[in-house]
Design a protein around this ligand. Structure first.
Ligand code: MF3
Ligand code: CO
Length: 250
């Protein structure tokens, strides 16, 4: 197992500042999503909001050749949907909008799933429970806890309500690199894995399916979809581990 970086207070401050920019982007996305808008329009808006801040850059663009600022994953798309002019949101869709910012040498990474207009009660409930799994998982974060504690909570909440964690997609440490140690599985066993220390920064990202949780990658080599066509939802926060718990960076 590689080493898990501990951030200094100056480094945490840089991440907080990047987090403020990323939160502004996600808040703007929340206001912008509506039937009729394309995912490319969302991407352009997100990129321009980031570039307004001197020294800030989209965190995903160019990462292993990824072509955009956002990952926009609609309905059965799980993660890494590529924004496109011909992907137009329509009433009843759900969309995961995932974004990263690079600022003062540090990445922050966060995602929210939005409902487009009126969705069915079942779908709205599914998205709510996926969000709840992240909120509950955050309560497991504190110095001395284990990475497996986070994974176990995500799995427990999703399965308790009849949904499936997508175990092929994972959370991760985040900082000077977008993806650092540790890997944070979306299912696991309490008390296992690396122990958390204050100053670690983690991107915790439950990714759930209304179906089996099995996934496939499309021919674009990026978009991951559910194998059974079931809807998928995704929420992600970047947090810092503290002695008593956690601090949400974004
Ligand atoms: N939050 C996503 C992840 O951690 C971001 C993907 S970035 C991409 O995997 F550049 F690879 F798309
Ligand atoms: Co991430």
């Amino acid at each position: 197992m590689g080493r898990i970086p501990i951030k200094t207070s100056e480094e945490l401050q840089a991440m907080r500042e990047g987090g403020v920019i990323l939160k502004e982007v996600l808040d703007a996305m929340e206001r912008a999503v509506r039937p009729g808008i394309s995912t490319l329009e969302l991407d352009k808006l997100a990129e321009s909001l980031i570039l307004r801040h001197a020294g800030a850059r989209p965190g995903f663009k160019g990462y292993h050749g990824y072509p955009a600022t956002l990952c926009t994953s609609i309905n059965e798309e799980v993660v890494h949907g590529i924004p496109s002019a011909d992907r137009i949101l329509k009433e009843g869709d759900i969309i995961g909008v995932d974004c990263g910012v690079l600022y003062k040498g540090f990445y922050t990474d966060a995602c929210r799933t939005f409902l487009i207009g009126a969705v069915t009660p079942e779908v709205s409930y599914f998205v709510k429970i996926t969000k709840k799994s992240l909120q509950e998982a955050l309560k497991a974060v504190k110095a001395g806890a284990y990475v497996g504690d986070i994974s176990a909570v995500i799995q427990k909440i999703l399965e308790m309500y009849g949904f499936s964690p997508v175990i092929e997609c994972t959370g991760h440490g985040v900082g000077r690199a977008l993806h650092e140690e540790p890997e944070i599985l979306n299912a696991g066993v309490k008390g296992t894995g690396p122990q958390l220390k204050a100053g670690m920064t983690l991107a915790i990202e439950p990714i759930a399916s209304m179906g089996t949780g099995e996934v496939e990658t499309l021919g674009d080599k990026w978009t991951i979809v559910t194998a059974d066509g079931a809807l998928s939802a995704h929420f992600e926060h970047t947090v810092a581990v503290t002695e008593k718990g956690h601090e949400i960076i974004v």
